[in-house]
Design a protein around this ligand. Structure first.
Ligand SMILES: [Fe+2]
Length: 729
């Protein structure tokens, strides 16, 4: 076993990579939409060869459903067209008013006022027409007073009155003059019988709104979604739904077909059959062209550095040109008995302007059913022959699960949601809505879906060592290593470190964009500083505990202490978390996220810089950082035997150190098809890209700056048209 396949060189692998990448990359149309939004395109998607996918019945049902949905939308538009709403206020006198106060609704939140909420008072005529009587908003205390013309309101023609509460639905930009606008949507309508408006003042009392409420059943800052179809704080855009629907159906059907086959006769279906039914991924295509090209040490180092994991290489304390990558496995989280999840540490040699070459692998933790002691250790070197190959696979698998949970789910999905909730609860009049909302939309919805499909009772607890409680605890811990303050892009090791170069380049794009936005919107942001203050308060107060203090006060054994220290140190480097910053302590718990401002009236110079940095961080995480890990799932965990989210202990004394041909440790058939479904679905249904700007919600300046750097990104293997504007899959 060697650095390259026998008789091959670096050039041979790079050639095979470029060809396979071209062959397997996910295609886009040029229409501006991700896949044409009609059913016909399903036939053109590369989603395997299953007969079920191509069945006429499926296509016919899909087609009828689309027609029906379009008919319903048409009907709705026609109905609203019959009763247009004119936006001008009728009546001149302001001699009557309705008043009241808006607060959040949750038991622990009902005393919190909701500021700057857009409000309207409408009358309905006896023939159904709408007339606007007053417009206004709540003040800082959530109090409102809408004045209207009393005499006019008493006229016979008006039969009822309606108090309406709005929230921002969409931000969109005029692509020529860069002017941003917001579209409001009705959040709640309260009918006021005409008979009640007899006095000059009418008090609606304290209205409690269930608006972007934090969940109480988890330590994570998550929003309550009672029903994602009918009672969600936001909804997917139509384009997002189309992209999901069109890609989801064939992938789902392929998986369902396998499940039926497994149930009926599992002797006649194998992991290889399952693999073949899904589209070819990068590693499968490379192996077809050149055997061992993806299992060799060269590819191992290349992908650890520049693949989905984009690992952090920490310099060795003593040896020059040596670096360590660490993936922490089960640790003290709840696990099942079926899968191994050891901690892995890999020592690499990185020569000047070369890719990392693995030299040693240290594996800590249970690897077979015979010994479950948590600190047992095995060491492998490149001269260990077959067992070195097995150890590399164990690293790939532990690395994949760690990356999924720590970097993908906690680092981008969970991280972005915490900003989305605080932003949607507090930003309304500030120009920051137009800067941030396009990048924060839909993340709460996709996280809600992930709770069921992937995390709660879903796929990951069945296909890996961690239970759903274990995942929840781990994600909470990982969020404790995330903070916007003092964050900076990854350090570039050398010219072959293309991932870090791309991350730095994108950070420069974000910096230029955000700096320009702040210059142009300085007055507006300062004028509505109170909103920033409240945004910051929600963010900090609802953030999880800082990770490095989680074992505070616990008596640890020397082994546990050493392990814990190593973990803390690595995560600080990985997530560029500054543990030295003073952080807010609430009920004895140190909060992970730093305040942007503690001044409700106006910013200090430091506050202003804080806000800029926080906005850059938010956009960076929701766009580039998420896109990277999400789109590369398909390449790095799209081949069942190459890497999965878990290797089973099996029953042999060797445990997980067995060849790929031994299916007793690989995912079983059901998990195998679920794994392919999972990685294909997530990587293939991306929608909402910065340069494609499908929904006119991207600031043209952002796309323009990115466009200028197109060749630079291309040289780093990054296609800018594939960078998503938001975390929504
Ligand atoms: Fe994702």
């Amino acid at each position: 076993m060697s650095l390259f396949p026998p008789g091959c060189s670096e050039e041979d692998i790079e050639k095979v990579y470029l060809e396979a990448h071209q062959e397997t990359k996910i295609g886009f149309t040029n229409s501006g939409n991700y896949f044409a939004p009609n059913l016909k395109s399903i036939n053109h998607l590369e989603v395997g060869t299953s007969k079920v996918i191509n069945s006429f019945f499926v296509r016919a049902v899909e087609y009828l459903l689309t027609i029906y949905q379009r008919f319903l939308s048409w009907l709705k538009r026609k109905y609203h067209g019959l009763f247009p709403r004119k936006e001008h206020i009728i009546g001149h006198a302001k001699n009557a008013y309705i008043t009241g106060r808006l607060t959040f609704a949750k038991r622990t939140d009902y005393a919190t006022p909701i500021h700057h909420v857009p409000l309207e008072l409408w009358a309905r005529t006896r023939w159904g027409a709408w007339r606007l009587f007053a417009k206004g908003e709540t003040d800082k205390n959530g109090v409102f007073k809408l004045e209207f013309d009393y005499i006019l309101s008493r006229r016979w023609r008006y039969s009822s009155f309606h108090f309406e509460i709005y929230q921002i639905q969409h931000v969109f930009f005029d692509q020529n003059d860069r002017k941003a606008d917001v579209r409001l949507e009705l959040f709640e309508r309260i009918k006021i019988p005409k008979g009640d408006l007899t006095g000059l003042g009418y008090d609606l009392g304290n209205l409690q709104l269930f608006l972007w409420e934090y969940r109480d059943d988890t330590m994570l800052p998550r929003v309550v979604i009672k029903d994602h179809e009918e009672d969600a704080p936001e909804y997917y855009s139509e384009g997002r739904n189309n992209a999901i629907q069109q890609q989801f159906v064939p992938i789902q059907l392929t998986k369902d077909k396998h499940i039926i086959q497994i149930k009926k006769d599992k002797a006649h279906i194998s992991i290889l059959d399952i693999q073949k039914d899904y589209p070819k991924n990068l590693t499968v295509a490379m192996e077809e062209k050149l055997k061992y090209s993806t299992r060799c040490d060269y590819w191992f180092g290349r992908r650890m550095m520049n693949g989905m994991n984009s690992a952090t290489f920490v310099p060795d304390a003593e040896e020059p040109e040596r670096y360590w990558v660490r993936y922490f496995g089960a640790c003290d989280y709840e696990v099942n008995d079926e899968y191994a999840f050891p901690t892995v540490e890999i020592k690499f040699h990185i020569a000047p302007d070369k890719l990392p070459v693995p030299e040693r692998i240290i594996i800590t933790g249970p690897v077979s059913i015979y010994d479950k002691s948590p600190f047992q250790t095995r060491t492998f070197t490149a001269s260990d022959g077959e067992s070195w190959e097995h150890a590399k696979r164990v690293v790939r698998v532990t690395g994949a699960l760690s990356t999924e949970l720590d970097d993908h789910f906690a680092g981008t999905h969970g991280n972005t949601e915490q900003f989305a909730i605080a932003a949607r609860r507090n930003l309304r009049k500030s120009p920051l809505t137009t800067l941030l909302f396009p990048h924060l939309k839909e993340v709460a919805l996709i996280n809600h879906a992930a709770d069921t499909i992937l995390i709660g009772p879903g796929y990951i607890p069945r296909a890996s060592a961690l239970t759903s409680d274990g995942i929840e605890q781990r994600v909470t811990d990982m969020m404790g290593t995330l903070d916007w303050k003092n964050w900076e892009p990854m350090e570039i090791i050398n010219s072959r470190h293309t991932y870090a170069q791309a991350e730095n380049l994108f950070w420069e794009v974000v910096e230029e964009f955000v700096d320009s936005f702040f210059e142009q919107n300085e007055g507006g942001i300062i004028k509505e500083w109170y909103e920033v203050f409240k945004f910051s308060e929600d963010l900090v107060n609802n953030s999880v505990p800082a990770f490095h203090e989680r074992k505070k006060g616990e008596l640890l054994s020397p082994e546990e202490q050493e392990f814990e220290n190593k973990r803390v140190e690595y995560y600080h480097a990985r997530f560029r978390f500054d543990p030295e910053l003073p952080r807010r302590v609430i009920n004895g718990v140190k909060k992970s996220v730093s305040p942007i401002t503690e001044n409700p009236e106006e910013p200090t110079i430091e506050d202003w810089e804080n806000l800029k940095q926080a906005c850059k961080y938010i956009i960076m995480q929701a766009t580039f950082m998420h896109t990277w890990v999400n789109e590369h799932q398909y390449e790095d965990i799209g081949e069942i035997l190459y890497s999965s989210l878990g290797l089973r202990f099996g029953s042999r004394p060797e445990g997980v150190f067995l060849p790929e041909s031994d299916y007793s440790i690989s995912p079983d058939l059901t998990r195998a098809t679920q794994m392919m479904w999972f990685s294909n679905l997530l990587s293939r249904t991306e929608y909402g890209f910065i340069t494609r700007n499908e929904e006119n919600d991207i600031d043209p300046l952002f796309a323009e700056i990115l466009e200028r750097r197109r060749p630079d990104f291309k040289a780093l293997y990054v296609e800018i048209d594939n960078i998503e504007s938001r975390t929504n899959i």
